[in-house]
Design a protein around this ligand. Structure first.
Ligand code: 5RP
Length: 235
């Protein structure tokens, strides 16, 4: 599976493959979204085929649902599965406290709901995602389309009183049109550069009318599996 991979893809692959070792027969799993999570779904599919592993997966996006089905994984909705043993997902950034920025792929809402409904969350990431302080990666905020410009203005106003370096906010685009999430919402990306108090920011953003969720995952992740380009893995 890992033949001919670039160092970055190899790092993602080895992290994903190692995380799949934590999966046991009968588990209900949250399946993350993104290129690293896609490796995890393929590795899981391999265990399903080769070992007859019996698992059910709750995908965090339509993309992941499609891939999981292609890989022979039984797919359920969260309300059918009710509670999950483990979620495995990627991240855009993680810090030493295992707090994360997620949502680069636009699936943060389902990802946060699914991870929170799990006994454990394992993040799989290449080593470049490790940061001393969150914020270099633009923070995604999911907003409802109705009045999104007002919500964006309120977000910008709110940032003035907070411990962040940059305050620029931009609507995520998909070509000429706004990017639309699986839930039919828009994403405003916040270019903060440095987030001084991620816990406070996460709480404050979710108080703004029109904001559905933000990409800060605070106290949700239990373990980060870090992959390196030379194939080394750290936990
Ligand atoms: C999607 C996510 C992804 O997990 C995150 O963007 C990392 O993606 P990749 O594994 O492709 O680097 O949060 O909403």
């Amino acid at each position: 599976m890992a033949a001919e991979l670039s160092p970055i893809d190899k790092a993602k692959f080895v992290a994903a493959r190692r995380a799949v070792d934590f999966v046991e027969d009968g588990m209900r799993l949250g399946l993350g979204t993104g290129s690293t999570a896609a490796w995890m779904v393929r590795c899981l599919g391999e265990r399903v085929r080769e070992e007859g592993l019996k698992i059910t997966g709750v995908p965090t996006s339509s993309r992941t649902a499609e891939l999981a089905r292609q890989c022979g994984i039984t797919v359920l909705g969260l309300d059918e599965a009710k509670w999950l043993d483990l979620t495995i997902d990627g991240a855009d950034e993680f810090d030493a406290n295992l707090n994360l920025i997620k949502g680069g792929g636009g699936a943060l809402l389902q990802e946060k709901i699914v991870a929170t409904a799990s006994d454990r969350m394992i993040v799989i990431a290449d080593v470049a995602k490790e940061v001393a302080q969150l914020g270099a990666f633009p923070l995604p905020v999911e907003v409802v389309p109705f009045g999104w410009q007002t919500s964006k203005a309120l977000i910008e106003e709110t940032l003035v009183g907070l411990d962040v370096l940059g305050r620029e906010a931009s609507l995520r685009m998909n070509g000429e049109a706004p990017f639309v999430t699986d839930e039919g919402n828009y994403i405003v990306d916040l270019h903060l550069q440095r987030i001084g108090n991620a816990r406070q920011l996460a709480l404050v953003l979710n108080q703004i009318p029109g904001v559905v969720e933000n990409g800060l995952f605070i106290d949700i992740c239990d373990v980060v599996v870090i992959g390196h380009g030379d194939g080394k893995v750290e936990l």
